[in-house]
Design a protein around this ligand. Structure first.
Ligand SMILES: *Cc1c(COP(=O)(O)O)cnc(C)c1O
Length: 394
């Protein structure tokens, strides 16, 4: 846990901040990067020091200079008062929920939420007496009709997992504030560079840092950033639950952060290029990308986000599984796998019909989620075009 520096330092541009935040070279003999502190036990030199509770580090689970460096950087980027790190993005989600709920509560969760978040709510929250209700992600201010006296949390994720619905976070925040409800936002798609939910009225912003912050598909890491009002709740939950990241993973988060801006710029431009190219292909029924004018939530994206990342969806025209397999199985550069946010391109088929409850997913044919990596965009298009050719002849 680290509090944001007091005093109004003038803020640099984000690309400057990701390079400089969380580093103090001359505290470390001039080395550019902070060392990786590995440790559980932290020694106290005297009895007085133990009793005074003033030693900055007391136990590895609580904080190390390495975790504090990344927490401080993410806090600044998200515009929050405090950040905690967790062992994964999902642990960030579950820690954030558990910080704000108690038995008898009701929580509202977007129907477009990351599926493991839904599984946590359905399997664990309900078991401890917290009722989860799902709502249409495009509900906006209409969410006020779903508020009950015992509603304690509203959870948003914009754009939604797999299907990319945009949510009107400021409108939902206004309702949440009027009813003293905590507003939690999963901000993984945008990263803190393209959206800062706390500035849109959320109390909590969650990052699966596994994705763009780590950025190289080589570590699991989560972060929860909160306003000063929410700080003591999240700090208590972190302490009680004992969640903490590994030292190496934290370092990989710090390392990834330094290039977040340049990576995202490339993910953004290549994804937009390929999304537009796909939209014109005869095999494609529609492309779902919030930064395209054709997206129903485009105006919200334009108002609340400063960029778009490499992740979007495509609905193909109806084809059978043989053709779909012919397309997917022979791809050269697009790997098939879960997660995303690394430097490499990925594609995965999805179908949310089996678990959505508040909305109905309707699609012309199979749906694919693409993550556009840092490869040359023409090589990626050629890979997809070859796939379409295989699909046709299968
Ligand atoms: C991947 C993801 C998570 C979970 O992150 P892990 O690090 O894989 O646990 C949470 N939310 C969203 C939106 C994600 O994409």
């Amino acid at each position: 846990m680290v509090k944001k520096d007091d005093g109004a330092k003038s803020r640099a541009h984000p690309e400057t901040e990701v390079v400089h935040l969380g580093r103090a070279p001359f505290d470390n003999h001039g080395f550019v990067n902070p060392p990786v502190y590995r440790g559980s036990t932290v020694l106290f030199p005297t009895l007085e020091r133990i009793r005074s509770r003033e030693q900055p580090y007391t136990y590895g689970r609580r904080a190390t200079p390495t975790t504090q460096a990344l927490e401080k950087a993410i806090s600044e980027l998200e515009g929050g008062a405090m950040t905690i790190l967790t062992s994964s993005g999902l642990a960030a989600v579950t820690t954030a929920f558990l910080a704000f709920v108690q038995a008898g509560d009701h929580v509202l969760i977007t129907d477009s939420v990351y599926q493991p978040t839904r599984a946590f709510a359905d399997r664990l929250l309900t078991r401890i007496g917290v009722e989860a209700q799902y709502y249409d992600p495009t509900i906006g201010a209409g969410i006020s009709a779903l508020i009950r006296p015992n509603t304690s949390v509203i959870f948003v994720e914009s754009p939604g997992s797999q299907t990319f619905e945009m949510q009107d976070i400021p409108a939902i925040a206004e309702v949440a504030r009027a009813h003293d409800i905590w507003l939690l936002a999963d901000n993984t798609w945008a990263s803190p560079l393209f959206c800062q939910p706390l500035k849109l009225g959320a109390d909590v912003s969650i990052q699966a840092a596994t994705k763009y912050i780590v950025g190289h598909a080589d570590a699991m890491l989560g972060a929860v950033t909160v306003t000063s009002d929410a700080a003591r709740y999240i700090d208590r939950a972190k302490e009680a639950l004992g969640t903490c990241p590994g030292s190496e993973e934290t370092f990989l988060g710090l390392r990834g952060l330094r290039t977040l801006d340049v990576r995202l710029a490339r993910h953004q431009s290549s994804a937009l290029d390929i999304a537009q190219w796909l939209a014109a292909r005869p095999e494609v029924a529609r492309v779902i990308h919030p930064a395209l004018g054709s997206h129903p939530g485009h105006a919200i994206w334009k108002r609340d986000f400063s960029g778009s990342s490499g992740l979007f969806a495509v609905v193909l025209n109806a084809i059978d599984d043989t053709k779909l397999a012919a397309f997917l199985d022979g791809l050269k550069y697009f790997g098939m796998g879960y997660s995303w946010g690394g430097y490499e391109s990925l594609v995965i088929p999805f179908d949310p019909t089996s678990y959505r409850t508040a909305t109905r997913w309707q699609a012309e044919g199979p749906a694919l989620r693409f993550h556009i990596g840092l490869e040359n965009v023409d090589d990626l298009k050629a890979d997809i075009a070859d796939g379409f050719a295989r699909m046709k002849s299968a």
